[in-house]
Design a protein around this ligand. Structure first.
Ligand code: CIZ
Length: 302
């Protein structure tokens, strides 16, 4: 089927079956266009929890669909392709985090939302790329174990006073490949462009950027800024919503372009099959879900 035909079929099926489709900013444009709601992982989990439909089809990588299930245990959450994982989330295994907790018994564990349910269940609190600093500041105690993204942790820890922050040695390979050189190659041709980057980028990049923020913060920055040209240091999918919200702005990507193959494993064909056959339901073991939910809700209450 052609893209438009497939999109029409999907729109028809989701109405017929009373399903809400949620898509992450890093999804392919044709997927974002059939979604009822596009956002970052936390906004999407909130949308999932407040949706009136009993079934949520989540277009994003597995930990995101899991987060929706953790917050909405009574709803059916479908992922079109469960193999779509996250290389950053894979860098923290439950056994390793348990060992690190034993070695640092007074440390509070702050886990970035980009981890699987088992790690969320071991954390005292969850954070996002937008609120990591506030979460660390609000934690009682003087020691924090931050998992799994060392770049995001280091960026926010710089501003946290009076606490020792132990950083896990994980990173997002897509953001790690955004280097000063990959930005300079574009900046040379567009010297007036503002450099705006995600905090998962390495310190050499965040230190020199004009603005650092989460996906939603980068989107808002482009919309509200008076500048006309931007080099966007995050996954290429975000450009689709930026183009919609700020059509007159020039949007550029580092060279080479940051593209997450895992995110792109979600295709229109897989979304259609998922809708048609009610596959693949996300499950989270209940004792893990309850603990993970507690850590997420603690963040939401802040
Ligand atoms: O939490 C998310 O959605 C991700 C992966 C990044 C962000 O900054 O929103």
């Amino acid at each position: 089927m052609e893209i438009q035909e497939l999109q029409e079929e999907i729109r028809h099926k989701k109405r017929e079956k009373d399903v809400v489709i949620l898509a992450h900013y890093y999804q392919q444009p044709e997927i974002q266009d059939i979604a009822d709601f596009v956002g970052d992982s936390l906004e999407l989990s909130r949308a999932a929890a407040s949706a009136s439909q009993g079934t949520i089809l989540f277009c994003g990588v597995r930990f995101m669909a899991e987060t929706a299930k953790i917050l909405s245990p009574d709803k059916t959450v479908l992922t079109p392709y469960p193999q779509a994982g996250c290389l950053l989330a894979d860098m923290a295994e439950p056994r390793q985090v348990e060992e690190a907790k034993k070695a640092n018994p007074t440390a509070r564990v702050v886990a970035y939302v980009n981890v699987y349910a088992e790690i969320k269940a071991l954390a005292d609190i969850i954070c996002t790329s937008a609120n990591a600093r506030k979460v660390m500041e609000e934690m009682d105690g003087e020691k924090i174990l931050f998992v799994p993204d060392r770049n995001l942790g280091a960026y926010h820890a710089r501003a946290v006073k009076g606490k020792e922050v132990l950083l896990w040695d994980g990173y997002c390979p897509i953001h790690e490949r955004i280097t000063p050189a990959s930005i300079d190659r574009v900046k040379k041709k567009h010297p007036d462009a503002l450099v705006i980057v995600h905090p998962e980028c390495p310190p050499a990049v965040t230190e020199q950027a004009d603005f650092v923020g989460s996906t939603s913060q980068l989107l808002r920055f482009v919309e509200e800024s008076d500048a006309k040209s931007f080099i966007i240091g995050t996954e290429a999918g975000i450009l689709h919503q930026m183009r919609r919200k700020a059509p007159d702005k020039e949007l550029l990507l580092p060279d080479p372009m940051p593209v997450c193959d895992q995110m792109k494993m979600i295709t229109l064909e897989r979304v259609y099959t998922s809708l048609k056959e009610d596959i693949y339901p996300v499950t989270v073991e209940e004792t893990i879900r309850v603990k993970a939910e507690k850590a997420i809700r603690r963040m939401l209450e802040l």
